[in-house]
Ligand binder design. Structure first.
Ligand code: DQA
Length: 143
């Protein structure tokens, strides 16, 4: 069983990007963590990152067409992308919104998520472990 882990803008720069907020681990570390967790859970995990809204919308369509569960960190798109929100609303398999930081504890503009209402649920504030928790939730839901 395949699970997609999709990451929005600037997340390729983990490790060098605001390490006080997002930690010292790199995007490669995140990929390794997701693959390792997937192996443990019997899931084949496909981890991707894009800075491009159109590409991310296309990947959500791919997930919708294949009914593939998704762990999604929409990054800044979280706060304003109605196109992403409308793409997410089309799918039927679980989709869990994740954040490394806790956006509710940060700037005002991060308090709004335009995707939360169409996600299955949200996990935020646990660092890279947010992804691990989301993969576990998907594995349990699928079991
Ligand atoms: C983020 C939080 C967003 O507000 C921010 O724009 C990001 C990362 C997180 O994982 O904490 O790029 O989604």
């Amino acid at each position: 069983r395949t699970v997609f882990v999709f990451n929005g803008p600037n997340l390729s720069r983990l490790g060098t990007r605001e390490p006080d907020v997002y930690g010292a681990e790199t995007f490669e570390d995140l990929q390794a963590l997701c693959r390792r967790t997937g192996r443990e859970l019997g899931l084949s995990v496909d981890v991707r990152q894009t800075d491009d809204e159109a590409e991310l919308v296309g990947w959500i369509h791919e997930a919708a067409d294949g009914a593939v569960p998704v762990v999604l960190n929409p990054a800044a798109f979280t706060h304003y992308s109605y196109a992403l929100r409308d793409a997410i609303a089309q799918r039927t398999a679980p989709l869990i919104e994740v954040h490394i930081s806790n956006p509710a504890a940060r700037e005002e503009f991060r308090h709004t998520s335009v995707v939360a209402a169409v996600a299955s649920g949200t996990i935020a504030g646990f660092g890279l472990r947010s992804y691990e928790l989301a993969l576990r939730a998907i594995a349990e839901e699928a079991a």
